[in-house]
Design a protein around this ligand. Sequence first.
Ligand code: ZN
Length: 313
Amino acid sequence: MPTALIYAPEFLDHDTGSHPENAGRVSGIKTELEKLPGLNWLAPREAEEADILRCHTDNHLDAVYQAWGITSTRKFVALDPDTMMSRGSLKAALLGSGGVVTAVDAVMSGQVENAFVLVRPPGHHATPDQAMGFCIFNHVAVGARYVQETYNLERVLIVDWDVHHGNGTQDIFYADKSVFYYSLHQFPHYPGTGSHHETGVGAGKGYTLNIPLPAYTSAADHVREFRRGLKEITAKIKPDFILVSAGFDAHIADPLGELQLTDQDFSQMTTDLKHLAAEYCEGRLVSMLEGGYNLTTLPYTVSRHVRALQAKE
Ligand SMILES: [Zn+2]
């Protein structure tokens, strides 16, 4: 079965001005992915209000709509010091969360084996109540809740290998044992959270795993830690669905991080997750773009990730 590639041209309409998170990221990746045979390109649907409100508050949704209203007269509105909104941002963000939903549907229907969502703005810093760190809605969180509500699957594993800790995703599921949040990230680094002491709260205690890595951790140690974490998780839960917050800013060439992964390491980690999905959940795996800011290397790194998703074992 093929791998789905979810993409909408509206992702380019999220204008951030002169900003590391810009449309060139996704357009460069798209050009590279168009060279890959056998991908099943799908258009996303827009997330509905109900999809967003499974993870975000009414206040947050109102604030986003209010800011978007202002973009009819002002080119840019700042939702937080790092997070810009322009006229096309709302639709891009709704298609982003909806893209994950579309990917989940494609996998669950048996139409494809797995999927990659080529999305911007990214999502993992968006908390229940606020936009943050280039993120407006938390796409991976919307996807996790959608899996549970629509397909009656109980346990979702979110793997986040972006160089930054996904504080928003952690917040959303911190007290929830049904969604396991696993993050490896540079530490200390933006946004400041993600120490190994942060393991969940209440019923969710033990269902968040953070592996903080010092700047310049070797790729070999990084991948070893990644695998150690996966073992620790699967000793505790058998996931019914795996979602990946695939940021590529832990790449050695990335300007926003100081970790040292290569294309080969991302490919290997992808294969590890495919094996895990095959073992526990009939291969059900949806990955989506989070960070990654070296416009020269990013398209090739993502291509390696997608080729690993497509590979026949
Ligand atoms: Zn990042």
